[in-house]
Design a protein around this ligand. Structure first.
Ligand SMILES: Nc1ncnc2c1ncn2[C@@H]1O[C@H](COP(=O)(O)OP(=O)(O)OP(=O)(O)O)[C@@H](O)[C@H]1O
Ligand SMILES: [Mg+2]
Length: 222
């Protein structure tokens, strides 16, 4: 079964003085439980595509169905609920909250979905240990290194066991050992939870480890 079906997707960023056409007529079907790597040169639209597939940006044309649901037809409120429940995000910009310590940042998705329990708290702490972040749980994000913030963002994306994990360059800032750890963790999680992983990466080796690869090569700049 395809969990995500994107048909004839186009995206044009419209601004008063200029508009940027990122891609047009893009079609993508992603089966549940599989991993997909989106590749393509910088500026080709990888982040944009992740935003469209997850409903963070509206497409200029085309349709995105998730479990048969047309996400662009949902109201803002329903879409926000849908995203919080079913999706986990690792953004290129992490959007971590500096007023909260690392642990509390990662507990947010559990609080929003009302699934913070003793068990899910323990599971979250296990993820911190797995990613060698146990000693940083009480630190605020601005006290962490770039790679530590990245790992924190990854923990936050996984705690509520999302159906689909969107990860924009999840190993971008990391050294080889930590990058391989994240790759293992992501593949492990989707196997255990039958989740779907959609990631963007410049790392060809990582891309090749995914079940499917999609390269955006149809750049049109106007
Ligand atoms: N809000 C925006 N308004 C106008 N243009 C935008 C906006 N966001 C992105 N773009 C343009 O859309 C194109 C695709 O950007 P995007 O961030 O999706 O690329 P990318 O493939 O993720 O690049 P990178 O590998 O550098 O992260 C770029 O030319 C970018 O300048
Ligand atoms: Mg990007």
């Amino acid at each position: 079964m395809n969990i995500i079906m994107a048909t004839s997707l186009s995206k044009i960023y419209e601004h008063p003085q200029s508009s940027v056409s990122v891609f047009s007529n893009l079609n993508l079907n992603i089966p549940q439980g599989k991993s997909l790597a989106i590749t393509g040169e910088s500026g080709r639209g990888k982040t944009t595509l992740l935003y469209l597939l997850s409903g963070l940006e509206q497409a200029s044309a085309g349709e995105v169905l998730i479990q048969g649901q047309d996400i662009q037809a949902l109201s803002e409120e329903k879409l926000a609920h849908f995203r919080a429940t079913y999706f986990g995000f690792v953004f290129q910009h992490h959007f971590l909250l500096n007023d909260l310590n690392a642990l509390d940042n990662t507990l947010l998705p559990l609080r929003i979905t009302k699934s913070l329990t003793k068990t899910t708290l323990e599971e979250t702490k296990e993820l911190f240990e797995y990613l060698k972040m146990g000693h940083r749980m009480n630190h605020r994000p601005d006290e962490l290194s770039g790679g530590e913030k990245q790992r924190l963002a990854i923990i936050r994306a996984l705690v509520h066991k999302p159906l689909v994990i969107f990860a924009d360059e999840p190993t971008g800032f990391l050294d080889k050992e930590n990058a391989l750890n994240i790759e293992d963790l992501l593949f492990d999680i989707i196997k255990k939870q039958n989740a779907t992983l959609i990631l963007s990466t410049h790392n060809q080796k990582f891309a090749q480890k995914c079940d499917l690869q999609y390269t955006i090569d149809d750049l049109e700049v106007q």
